[in-house]
Design a protein around this ligand. Structure first.
Ligand code: BG6
Length: 490
């Protein structure tokens, strides 16, 4: 199958942001639009409509977006010309979008714009109601599209209900389930690396790969999102989506094309092959943690309990060994970990290859022999390194390990701007290209796996293990990998 050309949405357009005054919109979404504006990538007739419940004068809303964009840009400064162009696109609607009156207000505001995009950055519990009122007001035209932010549901049952309710109003081809990790440059580079080179494919399996590690570490705490986070925890907030998407991209079979159906079909097969974590296995392969007070980002920070105001059973850290039961990956563990208040911000995929079967370098050389490793850094640096053994210059044959590096920083030049992942995804939405969006089946398979893990923890009835802020999680996270004779790659 050849890639489908992106289908352009009809003009004139409206991009309607529900939750338009929320944390995500201000921190990420509007700054992403600002950059697209600055690069002249937005159609002249596009308007951006923020919808939220708060009564807010349009000028006050525009001022808050400006402040958020400036905050995100620092230390760079705002380009006034680009900002002015963006500001003229901005509209604000104060409305309750689960009511008919709300939908009518929106309909009036975007009247004549035949291809609206409805972007839902609100609590997933509102998705069904909002879609139903949009449909009730006839806004789900054939050219319209709906975008769903993660998390879609809190478990398999709720995600199925949401997906079904959305599907009753918007066809799957016009439904974009966003996982912003798929918009990150290095995630797409992973596809280029795997499928643009012949070298890796023959080695990309259990015959040559010892294990894979994926870490998403954050230094921040839960911050302002406590109510949401306490209900979800690290497993539902990060593993169900971002981490499992990375697993799927690393582990999938080569798709026949970069078309959305081909890529999504391969990813879902990986998710279906994940070995379920039964209550008997959970204690060995999964660990939950919660931060206590400590030093993070060079400052003293409080515990999760203090932020929460009382003890909570929610995990802020999780480490889990995932096994993929298929021919390619049998016997190759995928170690996943993520957490808040860890020592550094780092998102890294490590593909650890096996050692050479026999060393010809004598006892000294054998000591220096280190198995090859492919390190894919998503953030803060965007970098891909393959460590290779090579000869130390000079007499004799002494070995040393050196990286072959594909550094994006070097390629782009120091100081080059890192794109916000949403920039790429917004353009794809406007062009109707769903390749970097998640299918309903993927979401539901991921929830099925997470539900069993959550159920195993619920049955065990154990609280998350404490870990000091600024550390790499509870001792159990180390035991989990060391039990297999391996270590986290630090
Ligand atoms: C979000 C999570 O999806 O991803 C947040 O809800 C998390 O808790 C964020 O902080 C991390 O994204 P990034 O791009 O900063 O790694």
């Amino acid at each position: 199958m050849t890639p489908q050309p992106p289908r352009e949405l009809a003009s004139p357009r409206a991009f309607v942001l529900f939750g338009g005054t929320g944390d995500l919109a201000l921190r990420m979404l509007f700054p992403a639009f600002y950059h697209l504006e600055r690069e002249n990538r937005l159609a002249a007739d596009l308007v951006l409509v923020a919808v939220a419940r708060s009564e807010l004068a349009p000028e006050a809303f525009i001022a808050s977006v400006r402040e958020a964009v400036i905050g995100r840009l620092a230390p760079e400064t705002l380009e006034e010309a680009a900002w002015n162009r963006l500001a003229t696109r901005l509209r604000y609607l104060s409305a309750d979008m689960t009511t008919e009156a709300g939908a009518q207000g929106l309909a009036a505001l975007i009247a004549g714009r035949s291809a609206p995009v409805f972007y839902l950055a609100v609590s997933p519990s509102l998705y069904a109601g909002i879609c139903a009122t949009l449909a009730g007001a006839g806004l789900n035209t054939p050219e319209s599209a709906v975008v769903l932010e993660k998390p879609i549901g809190r478990d398999l049952e709720t995600s199925r209900a949401i997906n079904a309710a959305v599907a009753a109003c918007f066809p799957e081809e016009r439904t974009f389930r966003i996982d912003h990790y798929l918009g990150k440059e290095t995630v797409q580079n992973l596809l280029a690396l795997r499928f643009g080179n012949l070298l890796f494919e023959p080695l990309w399996n259990g015959l040559s790969v010892d294990h894979v590690e994926i870490t998403i570490a954050e230094t921040e705490g839960v911050g302002e999102r406590l109510a949401y986070y306490d209900d979800y925890g690290a497993t539902r907030d990060m593993v169900q989506n971002h981490l499992l998407q990375l697993v799927a991209l690393v582990a999938m079979e080569p798709p026949s094309s970069l078309g959305p159906e081909a890529v999504r079909a391969e990813k879902v097969k990986v998710l279906r092959s994940l070995r379920r974590i039964t209550p008997e296995r959970a204690g060995l392969v999964a660990v939950r943690g919660q931060y206590t007070g400590g030093v993070s980002d060079a400052r003293q920070v409080g515990s999760y309990t203090e932020e929460h105001g009382s003890p909570s059973g929610t995990e802020t850290f999780v480490a889990v060994r995932a096994d993929i039961d298929n021919w390619r990956w049998a016997g190759v563990p995928f170690y996943l970990r993520t957490g808040k208040r860890l020592p550094e911000r780092r998102t890294r995929i490590v593909v650890q290859f096996k050692a050479v079967p026999h060393s010809i370098f004598g006892p000294q050389g054998a000591d220096a022999l280190v198995a090859n490793r492919l390190i894919i850094d998503l953030q803060p640096q965007e970098d891909i390194q393959l460590t290779l053994m090579n000869k130390r210059p000079g007499m004799g044959i002494a070995l040393q390990q050196l990286p072959l590096s594909l550094s994006l920083t070097e390629a782009l030049g120091e100081g080059a701007r890192r794109r916000i992942a949403y920039e790429r995804l917004f353009l794809d939405i406007l062009a109707g290209d769903r390749t970097l969006f998640v299918s309903r089946e993927e979401i539901e398979e991921a929830w099925a796996w997470i539900d069993e893990l959550s159920e195993a923890w619920a049955q065990a009835g154990t609280a998350p293990k404490p870990y000091p802020a600024g550390s790499w999680g509870p001792a159990g996270a180390f035991a989990l990998i060391e039990r297999d004779g391996r270590q986290w790659h630090e």
